[in-house]
Ligand binder design. Sequence first.
Ligand code: PGA
Length: 246
Amino acid sequence: MNAAANILHKQVQAKPDSVLGLATGGTMLRLYAEFIALCRQKSTTLSKITTFNLDEYVGLASVHPHSYHSYMQEHLFSKTDIDINTTYLPRGDAPDPHQEAASYETLIKNAGGIDIQLLGIGKNGHIGFNEPSSSLASRTRVKTLSVGTIEANRQYFPGDCEFPKMAITMGVGTIMNSRECILVATGADKAEAIAKMVEGPVTASCPASILQFHQNVTVLIDEQASSALQMRAYYQQVHPRGYNND
Ligand code: PGA
């Protein structure tokens, strides 16, 4: 997590007006906390960056407590000097979600594309909310959430709050257009998805596997998430002390 925070921090130091692609979910919480701590420690300003989040639930207004807008506000934006006017997430309550998705693509393009895209991975191999069977060329669009994804994320919707059935998500093709990707995963739950992504065939059944075709991807995982990889010994030979960005 430290390594991911370091990469982001170095990116902003080198290019203060970076365009960052951001993600949500449990995995990103520690990363954002460490990134914020690093920025404070080094007095790094985030005032010139632009951010685009991967996705948002259809039907949730940005002020909804369980929206990804609220998540970003709580865990990153409110704790830094980021200019809120240059932070973008799809609007879940847009009157026409399909139009909103198309406009989001245009916004990313007009910003000059994404310098670094942060990614988590679903147990089913999704990136963003691109569920298995997503076109590997897909652009930002409305996507129906799988039962497994709803189950995994229901914990964040306490009580009788109804869980959204759809999301607006950057497409697999949109993600592939970013200049660099950092994928972060922890825990045994993710081991199978990581093995399929890194060593399996490139297939829409595991959307993350398309990253094998990306020219600049770093995969940051813990021991448990690496446990199903066949070529672990080789990766350890290449990176004996893990990934070290210093
Ligand atoms: P998680 O989600 O970090 O909450 O496991 C990752 C994802 O579904 O992309």
